[in-house]
Write a protein that binds this ligand. Structure first.
Ligand SMILES: [Mg+2]
Length: 314
């Protein structure tokens, strides 16, 4: 693996987690006025710099990927259930309904099918927010990256837009990490991910939107719209995240998604040091183990298979 790719894949893990933490105090709030944008880690429902369910579920997925190759959706479902039982501070509605059923002994396929059948139009952002570990574990194999991105969504979010949204997001990370410029990476990811028409239109139009036109809700369409807008209308990691989390509403999840994209674009070295120093969380939940940027980097290296020795030079 060349050193730029290595740095960018580390940037995905750290970037997604920082976006989650930066957006945390703005979640459920209004959009912030352009001259008052939040640029530092602040406390909210959690202490300043703390990551939320977006990152916790990503860490569960990461550990499942490290334990099982190929990806085992039943194992992933059980790891999500263990997290749910530990009492996370935040959890999405669709995720909670699916995990409650799986935790009662239903096979994950039946549980998630029943939840989706009760609300067929439900297409939240709960699977795109956590899917980045697949992009790290499958960085060398685009076909497996696409398949496993879709499979990990199916465990809680089987709506076609959620499933395809994960494939799109991780394909974009793949191209960015391999050095493709952002507009081209989005175009190439669109060509790979087979998005339903409406979602494709939203993603394609995103860079032409104005701030005031971005609802940034928990709908997968709105989160991908905000994240692609943030990636394509800014030219640094910091500005991409600042612009997106200050849209308010589902700020932490949009922050996590644009953080993964921007991390793949600008690499670990492009991430502000103050944010790297502040980000933290507890994993596993209720274990007392504190996670910081060093552990996130070590996890990224394990996922990408470069945990031993220095990365090979190009
Ligand atoms: Mg969250």
């Amino acid at each position: 693996m060349n050193i730029d790719l290595h740095d960018r894949l580390r940037g995905v893990a750290v970037g997604a987690t920082i976006g989650d933490a930066l957006g945390m105090p703005l979640e459920f709030g209004p959009a912030i006025l352009p001259d008052r944008l939040l640029r530092t880690m602040q406390s909210g429902r959690l202490p300043a710099g703390a990551f939320t369910d977006d990152t916790e579920m990503a860490l569960a997925l990461a550990e499942s990927l490290l334990a099982h190759d190929p990806l085992d959706p039943a194992d992933l479902a059980q790891r999500f259930v263990a997290w749910y039982r530990a009492g996370p501070a935040d959890i999405g509605g669709q995720t909670r309904l699916a995990l409650r059923r799986i935790g009662c002994g239903e096979p994950w396929e039946a549980a998630v099918a029943a939840v989706q059948a009760e609300n067929p139009l439900s297409a939240g952002n709960g699977s795109i927010m956590r899917c980045w570990p697949v992009a790290l574990a499958r960085w060398a194999d685009l076909d497996r990256l696409l398949a496993d991105s879709r499979l990990q969504s199916q465990v809680t979010h089987p709506h076609p837009e959620c499933v395809a949204g994960c494939a799109f997001l991780n394909a974009a990370i793949y191209y960015l990490a391999h050095g493709v410029n952002p507009p081209q990476a989005v175009t190439q990811a669109l060509a790979q991910a087979d998005l339903p028409d409406k979602l494709r239109q939203v993603v394609t139009a995103a860079p032409h939107k104005r701030r005031a036109e971005l609802p940034n809700s928990g709908w997968v369409r709105h989160t991908l719209e905000s994240a692609v807008w943030g990636l394509l209308t800014t030219d640094s990691f910091e500005e991409a995240l600042v612009q997106v989390v200050n849209l308010g509403n589902d700020a932490d999840t949009a922050g996590a998604v644009v953080g993964a994209l921007a991390g793949a674009t600008y690499g670990l070295d492009g991430i502000p040091a103050a944010w790297r120093a502040a980000v933290h969380g507890e994993w596993p939940l209720r274990s007392g183990q504190r996670w910081d940027v060093t552990r996130l980097i070590a996890l990224a290296d394990r996922l990408t298979g470069s945990s031993t020795g220095a990365p090979e030079l190009p």
